[in-house]
Design a protein around this ligand. Structure first.
Ligand SMILES: Nc1ncnc2c1ncn2[C@@H]1O[C@H](COP(=O)(O)OP(=O)(O)OP(=O)(O)O)[C@@H](O)[C@H]1O
Ligand SMILES: [Mg+2]
Length: 280
């Protein structure tokens, strides 16, 4: 979608973490990452454990130390903002994490969890409660959910609550960090469909972090592949997940499980051949 101004633009982003010990150089978790996300688009971000996916999401949320490059949101530089300006951005950029258990306060009712950000933003209680009824409906949970505590819900339902909370102030971008990885397969599929349905209705964009290529294929318009702090490949989701150009992505694809046993055997053979070629 050229010609459109991207919603989010990361340019040569470097994130470094200090390393303990005298005169040890910092650890560079992101080594100059560039990407864009258009309004209403889902960019899938895949890569092995430790490649820097969460760090990139946190950098976008203002939670990781960006020591080089910049991040722009709707044309404005947002990396390196102060606390107050950052808080103003929280309306537009929200987050859904992998583990809804730790991200929902266990002592608060669902109604209180969902009304809180609205009340803090100055919405009246009556309007906030009306909005929460609408949000519960949007994520397909019954209205009486509001009186219950997070522990009374299944993993999939809790993730719906986390999505409702992220949606409460009509964000333009949601950073989704492995939001379905802890769910069983059928629940995964239903929650992924909810993400898609919400996007179609609201036009929200997603940075969708996952290590699962089948998940990323299902939900993304484009896919970026991260390897050791760098984006090694970026393109159309169908192309990257079926005919990847970079050897690392090819390896990732071959490692992904496929349901069909015949296909699995074929994959295994391809993987062995591939590894043998890499070894020479
Ligand atoms: N706060 C921190 N301090 C020091 N090092 C960190 C910090 N956060 C992340 N790192 C390091 O940065 C690298 C990237 O971590 P990150 O969590 O972004 O990986 P990831 O791709 O999300 O992995 P996973 O798939 O396991 O979630 C890792 O080597 C990690 O140890
Ligand atoms: Mg992570």
């Amino acid at each position: 979608m050229t010609g459109m101004n991207p919603l989010l633009e990361a340019r040569d982003v470097i994130v470094e973490f200090p390393v303990k010990g005298w005169r040890r150089p910092p650890f560079r978790a992101l080594k100059g990452v560039s990407l864009t996300i258009d309004p209403g688009e889902t960019l899938g971000l895949v890569g092995e454990s430790g490649s820097g996916k969460t760090t990139l999401g946190r950098a976008i949320l203002g939670l990781a130390p960006v020591t080089g490059g910049d991040i722009r949101f709707a044309g404005r530089t947002v990396s390196g903002l102060g606390k107050r300006e950052r808080r103003a951005l929280s309306k537009d950029i929200q987050v859904v994490f992998q583990d809804p258990y730790t991200s929902l306060n266990p002592a608060m009712t669902v109604g209180d969890i969902l009304t809180e950000p609205l009340l803090v933003a100055g919405t009246s209680r009556a309007d906030a409660e009306r909005r929460v009824r609408g949000l519960l409906d949007e994520v397909h949970l019954p209205a009486d959910t509001a009186h219950r505590l997070p522990r009374e819900f299944s993993g999939g339902q809790r993730q719906r609550l986390a999505i409702a909370r992220a949606l409460s102030r009509d964000p333009k971008l949601i950073v989704c960090d492995e939001p379905v990885s802890a769910l069983d397969l059928s629940t995964q599929a239903r929650v992924l469909d909810l993400f898609i349905e919400i996007q179609e209705r609201t036009g929200v964009a997603y940075l969708f972090v996952t290590h699962d290529l089948s998940v990323v294929r299902h939900i993304s318009h484009r896919v970026a592949v991260m390897y050791r702090g760098e984006i090694v490949e970026d393109g159309d989701a169908g192309v990257v997940t079926s005919a990847p150009a970079h050897p690392y992505t090819q390896r990732l694809l071959l490692a992904a499980p496929v349901p069909d046993p015949a296909r699995q055997a074929q994959r295994r053979a391809e993987r062995h051949r591939f590894l043998a070629e890499q070894a020479v």
